[in-house]
Unconditional design. Structure first.
Lengths: 176, 176
DNA sequence: ATTGAAAGTAACTAAAG
DNA sequence: CTTTAGTTACTTTCAAT
């Protein structure tokens, strides 16, 4: 569970480039990093096996998918016990409107990132899927004006890094 | 700016499959969708050109990158004027700890998703990069226990969809 | 717009430095 | 660990429908 991973400058360069465009070929990767293509293949294979690389994902434009409005829902689930929060998490993950779900420390137990058609859709979602539930004590809705991704994800220090970590991030992408 | 896009069942199948694994070959895609590989290539090319597909991204495990602690920072920027929020957004986006940034409607102006080494790193980040800034009126920090992605992103209704949308989502991934 | 087949590249394997 | 060479597989083009 706690795999020890060492990332050298070559790994970091590769990861940085692939975060910009995951379709970059090993040949292009090799040219920019300064090693042979087969070395790049080997590094990427190792990074996938070691769990540093979780997967390759398509980034879509929610607006062009017909979901032009996004919002964050802060949710209190009370009582906050396993019997209630387990099913709650699974139900929220299964909603087609859900993009991400966070279990938090603080007065608001969960934060749900949702993408909807418009305000009517959002209202329906909040009422029918959240506030109408007995275990949901409170929902606070905040609209998203604009959002930015802030990659690439890099190690804390600039020198080779050794990490021993059991990831709290669920590797599965699709709800199920 | 408001490109009209029509997604038929073939497009939706392709997008659904690629969201599970963006490395799926056109050959495999074709076999599962029931069209020729060249058709899949054509569809994907169109989806990229039309802006539905923003890019192919690598998903990494923050913990194995040496960032085992994640948090959400709610930030009030006052006064909330363009002269202040523009530079604020750019500075936050440029932080190596930032993973995502949201501009919100509500009492908290911004939500920042950060990944750090530990509590000491988080404390330093909050104090040195946020609360010490004159334009930052208030910061509220919530730790992330666990998080889930909830894909795949699909259109609101199950039948072919026509959308006319100018996206509020910034297409750029890397801070810059 | 979709197809099938041909041509061009890339991914991957294996053997050697 | 890296490189080079060679095999397999995929991507891409294109003429035809």
């Amino acid at each position: 569970m706690a795999d020890s991973v060492v990332l050298d400058p070559v790994d970091l360069d590769i990861l940085r480039l692939l975060q910009n465009d995951a379709r970059t070929t090993y040949r292009d990767l090799a040219a920019q990093v300064g090693v042979a293509p087969s070395t790049c293949l080997d590094r990427v294979t190792r990074l996938r096996r070691s769990g540093v690389i979780l997967g390759h994902q398509l980034r879509l434009d929610p607006a062009r998918m017909g979901r032009g409005l996004e919002a964050l829902l802060s949710v209190q689930v009370r009582p906050h016990r396993r019997e209630l929060i387990g099913p709650f998490v699974e139900r929220v993950r299964a909603l087609p409107e859900s993009r991400a779900l966070f279990h938090l420390a603080g007065p608001d137990d969960y934060l749900v990132h949702v993408a909807v058609t418009g305000t009517a859709d959002l209202q329906r979602l909040v009422i029918d899927e959240f506030t109408s539930r007995r275990e949901v004590a409170r929902v606070e809705t905040r609209l998203i004006f604009q959002q930015w991704e802030c990659g690439p994800l890099l190690p804390p220090s600039s020198t080779p890094v050794s990490t021993s970590a059991s990831s709290p991030l669920s590797p599965s992408v699709s709800g199920g």
